[in-house]
Structure formats: C-alpha cells, structure tokens
Design a protein. Structure first.
Ligand code: URA
Length: 212
C-alpha cells in the first residue's frame, strides 16, 4: 500500500477552516469540494492515458486522452457524496458508481446497504471517496468489495486519516492489490468513540446536518 500525504499550503489552509467547529455547513461543503479537487490532482497522477490524433487550427498533432475502460469514481455514501463534485470537476469523463456503507456507532463495524457498480471492474482504475479514514473498517470493506469485482488498482481519497485506520488498511488489503491512499493529513489518533483527533468531527453531519 502506498500513502501520499499532500504537502501544499492551500490544502493546509482549507483543511484548517474545515477543522474549525464554527465553520458553517455551506462553507464546509464548498471547501470540501475545493480540497478534493486539489487532492484529486495528486491522486490522478498515474491515471492511464492513451495517444489521440487531433487537429489544432494550425496543424495535426498527437495529444492525450483518458484510456479505456475509463476510471470509475466511487463515493461512499453518505459523506463521500460531498466529495463527488470536487472529483468529477477534475475527471469529468470518469464513470461514477456508488457504495452505501454505514458504521455501527457502538461496535464501529461497517456494513453495506446499497451499491451501484458495474459487475466487472477488471482493468479499471477505481477512485474511492471517503472523507474520514478512521478505524478503516468502512474503507477496507469498500475496497474488498471492489477487489471481488475484479479491481486491481484502487486509490482512496480521504480528507483525513488516522494511523489506526492506515495500519488496518495496510494489513487487510494493502498486499492484495495496487492500493494507494491520498490524504491531506494523518492525524494523531482515534478517541474512544472512533473519531479522529483532532479531526473535524462527523464529516456527514458537518456536510449535511445531523439526521436523527
Ligand atoms: N467519521 C467521521 O465523520 N469523523 C471521524 O472523526 C471519524 C469517522
């Protein structure tokens, strides 16, 4: 498994505003999109491309286009949805799948409740969007799901990661495929409730409000 922690002053600045508990939801949503676009720039560095012949107004030339099959972007519902716009802004021709996963707040175990993905992911680069890599339970389950469908190349884009989650991921799926994590920061630890410390709180609630 490869880990890429971005090092850019704009990313650090946006992340700081996201962490601030007084940042209101609309600003939070906007910043998540902007931050994801910056993370996506790093995450797509190795996206597969092919040559394409085009004509400029002046001459014929060989350019570059995304190779087929096109990459697929998979936001993990609910909070990953807040990252989709920022990702597709950079990769507008990617296909989009969905994975609905929920974490039991007591056991911290993840379970799948919905999915919309092609039957085969063979040969496709998969970009999973999950804002908070905390225990890693959700992401491990999501990546296992993609591997079962034939994926070999999975990049997870996370706003924040905890060392515990990274360790869990490396142990569980890190050796089974080409797995890369791109994140804005690796925080200190998880607290007893499984929240990342210092983190930014519950990403889903901060994006969309608390659902009772
Ligand atoms: N999920 C979140 O939304 N925040 C955390 O800190 C951990 C998991």
């Amino acid at each position: 498994m490869r880990l890429h922690v971005t090092d850019h002053p704009l990313i650090a600045h946006k992340l700081t505003v996201l962490r601030d508990k007084d940042t209101p939801s609309p600003v939070f949503r906007q910043l998540v999109e902007e931050l994801v676009t910056l993370l996506a720039y790093e995450a797509t560095r190795e996206v597969r491309v092919q040559d394409v012949e085009i004509e400029t107004p002046v001459a014929a030339t060989i350019g570059t286009e995304l190779a087929k099959p096109r990459p697929i972007v998979v936001p993990i519902l609910r909070a990953g949805l807040g990252m989709l716009e920022g990702m597709t802004r950079l990769l507008p021709t990617a296909e989009v799948g969905f994975l609905g996963m929920i974490r039991d707040e007591v056991t911290l175990e993840a379970a799948t409740y919905a999915n919309r993905l092609p039957d085969s992911l063979a040969g496709r680069q998969c970009f999973v969007l999950d804002p908070m890599l905390a225990t890693g339970g959700t992401l491990v389950m999501a990546i296992e799901y993609l591997l079962e469908r034939g994926a070999h190349d999975v990049t997870a884009i996370c706003l924040l990661a905890a060392p515990e989650g990274l360790h869990h991921l490396a142990e569980s799926v890190g050796h089974r495929a080409e797995v890369k994590i791109v994140t804005a920061a690796v925080d200190e630890k998880l607290n007893e409730q499984g929240y990342i410390v210092p983190g930014l709180g519950d990403a889903g609630d901060r994006l969309y409000g608390v659902v009772d």
